[in-house]
Design a protein around this ligand. Structure first.
Ligand code: APR
Length: 171
């Protein structure tokens, strides 16, 4: 299982599945959610309407439509409220549920954005540690994706994820 950090627009990645940092309505929004819906095209919203939402910490799968990625795993991260309202557990659960789904669908390559670190206000370093730590615990699961990309958007996020992976990955 290869973990990598890239500085890129996630809508451009040619992977089996990209992860969308959605909200519980699954009806789109700003940030990476807005970018994915804009790039995937209107069929995505039609399908999301039929799904009827997704609780925080859970994941829903759709086709990638006009994206180069074949699928989209829509997950809903927690809104940061200071760290005492179960946010760390819920954020870790987002990564776990996406990894479990990827294993069950035998995806070979997936890409995560920095879930909850934008509009939802999760402190970047804490979020990166949960992201990397949760994915690393999947190292030995059968049929885990062989390529896992942390797709960061901009230099600051990329540097924090790269540092975190270097620290934790070699542990
Ligand atoms: N590719 C990769 N990452 C991106 C992209 C993109 N095209 N656009 C934004 N990002 C990054 C942001 O810079 C941030 O680091 O995704 C990370 C997550 O930020 P948000 O998209 O704001 O997501 P989040 O903090 O989880 O908040 C979710 O925002 O857009 C709404 O509908 C969404 O209500 C939900 C909320």
């Amino acid at each position: 299982m290869r973990l990598e950090v890239v500085d890129s627009d996630i809508t451009r990645l040619h992977v089996d599945a990209v992860v969308n940092a959605a909200n519980e309505t699954l009806l789109g929004g700003g940030g990476v959610d807005g970018a994915i819906h804009a790039a995937a095209g209107p069929e995505l919203l039609d399908v999301c309407r039929l799904i009827g939402g997704c609780p925080t910490g859970e994941v829903r799968l759709t086709d990638g439509f006009r994206l180069p990625a074949r699928h989209i795993m829509h997950t809903v991260g927690p809104v940061w409220q200071g760290g005492e309202a179960g946010e760390p557990e819920l954020l870790g659960q987002c990564y776990r549920r996406c990894m479990e789904l990827a294993v069950s669908r035998r995806f070979r390559s997936i890409a995560f954005p920095a879930i909850s670190t934008g509009v939802y206000g999760y402190p970047l370093r804490k979020a990166a540690q949960i992201a990397v730590g949760t994915v690393l615990e999947f190292r030995k699961v059968k049929h885990a994706p062989t390529r896992i990309t942390f797709c960061c958007f901009g230099r600051e996020v990329t540097d924090v994820y790269s540092l975190t992976l270097a620290e934790m990955g070699s542990a």
